[in-house]
Design a binder for this molecule. Structure first.
Ligand code: 5GP
Ligand code: ZN
Length: 111
């Protein structure tokens, strides 16, 4: 499978890593949309949230706690955590990822 985020997770594609453990990798988005814009991904290839299942419950929970830890470490009081599920929602890379964004005002509803 030719997946850019699997490549980042296994180190064969270069990125600016900010965090990694045995389950998860976090790195800077190549085209940041906010002063802080990180992507948090599972090492396991899951195409999108709708492809996850009950077996991934601990992994999905861990991703949220990594987001919380990164926000804490970066002193982010306010932040947004987003996953785009499917082309119609803006997903362009088919490997589950959560955008952790902060440092500017965000519109709500997100549009
Ligand atoms: P999506 O649109 O799928 O929700 O988000 C994909 C994100 O991945 C985009 O914000 C895009 O800038 C980022 N991205 C795509 N390719 C790469 C890459 O090779 N390296 C990094 N660091 N980010 C990437
Ligand atoms: Zn992948």
């Amino acid at each position: 499978m030719n997946c850019i985020f699997c490549g980042i997770a296994d180190g064969s594609v270069k990125s600016q890593l900010v965090y990694e453990d045995e389950q998860v990798v976090a790195f800077k988005d190549l085209n940041p949309q906010a002063p802080t814009h990180l992507l948090i991904i599972p090492r396991k290839h899951i195409a999108r949230l709708s492809e996850a299942d009950e077996k991934d419950a601990a992994l999905l929970g861990h991703i949220l706690l990594v987001a919380r830890k990164l926000a804490q470490d970066l002193n982010l009081k306010d932040f947004r955590l987003i996953t785009n599920n499917g082309r119609g929602a803006g997903q362009s890379v088919d490997h589950l990822h959560f955008h952790l964004m902060a440092g500017r005002r965000f519109l709500w509803p997100a549009g």
